[in-house]
Design a binder for this molecule. Structure first.
Ligand SMILES: [Zn+2]
Length: 276
């Protein structure tokens, strides 16, 4: 490791998740949705992903990023359907593109088994030893940065230095002509080669869609975070349930648990009567 990283940071994200949390639901039921939403609200992304995967009954969750993304894709398919409706805006002309993706088709492409052992790359007289980024590295890099004071949503509040810290966590040593050197001093082509090797060893670690603009023919890669997308779906569902509880409690004087115990069909029928 080339930079001082905090050693006291807990890197076992599972330690933060109560063992008895699994709610064992498929599809996600009303009460379970609200419990999961409450537990995951305001948590950092890695804990939130962990809670979602555990809630689906997983006894152990993947440590590597591609396999984790694949598991989150399968969870999305199981809870909310396989289809992802996506939007991206062309940076050149402002045209917004709507497109769709299939979680079930994507999951096997993301799965992978990157090596756990340190890797080495030799280029232009440099030798770099590195580890492939996994969930532990992400936790280390994230917790070493500025901590949010309110809700943590990387989609809304990106951390510009995260990639730099992840690099520092994952590059274990660097040498030039046999002499140790600082990772910050590595030439750009060497750095790029290491990054590309990391990506090649776990190609499912980051997801992006290649898009062509129909307005100006520009091409770009639209990044996609399946953990965040899944969380937003769950949030929407929880908010809808709270509105249903509020509406039916006001109309019939029912308690929250009575409303949540209704099947979705009965709940929808009563809501229709109230709104008629
Ligand atoms: Zn365009």
């Amino acid at each position: 490791m080339t930079t001082d990283m905090p050693s006291a940071v807990p890197t076992d994200v599972t330690a933060e998740v109560p063992a008895a949390f699994a709610v064992d639901v498929e599809p996600l039921r009303a009460e379970a949705t609200l419990r999961l939403w409450e537990a995951a609200f305001g948590q950092p992304p890695w804990t939130r992903d962990e809670l979602l995967l555990r809630a689906a009954g997983a006894q152990s969750t993947p440590r590597t990023l591609g396999a984790r993304n694949a598991a989150l894709m399968r969870l999305h398919a199981s809870w909310f359907g396989a289809r992802l409706e996506l939007l991206s805006t062309c940076a050149h002309c402002g045209t917004t593109i709507e497109f769709a993706a299939d979680c079930e088709a994507l999951a096997p492409q993301l799965d992978g088994a990157p090596p756990a052992a340190p890797q080495a790359l030799d280029l232009d007289g440099h030798r770099i030893e590195f580890r492939v980024p996994d969930v532990e590295a992400v936790v280390l890099a994230s917790t070493a940065g500025p901590q949010p004071t309110t809700g943590f949503d990387p989609g809304l509040d990106p951390d510009p230095d995260f990639a730099e810290r992840l690099w520092s966590v994952c590059v274990l040593s660097a040498a030039r002509d046999g002499q140790p050197c600082r990772t910050a001093d590595l030439p750009e082509p060497v750095r790029r080669a290491v990054t590309e090797r990391m990506e090649a060893l776990d190609p499912g670690a980051s997801i992006s869609f290649a898009l062509d603009c129909p307005g100006c023919a520009a091409r770009w890669q639209a990044p996609f975070d399946i953990g965040l997308a899944l969380w937003r779906k769950l949030q929407e569902q929880a908010e809808r349930l709270l509105i249903d509880v509020d509406t039916l409690a006001r109309a019939y004087g029912w308690a929250q648990h009575e409303v949540l115990a209704l099947s979705p069909l009965r709940r929808a029928a009563y809501l229709q009567l109230v709104r008629a």
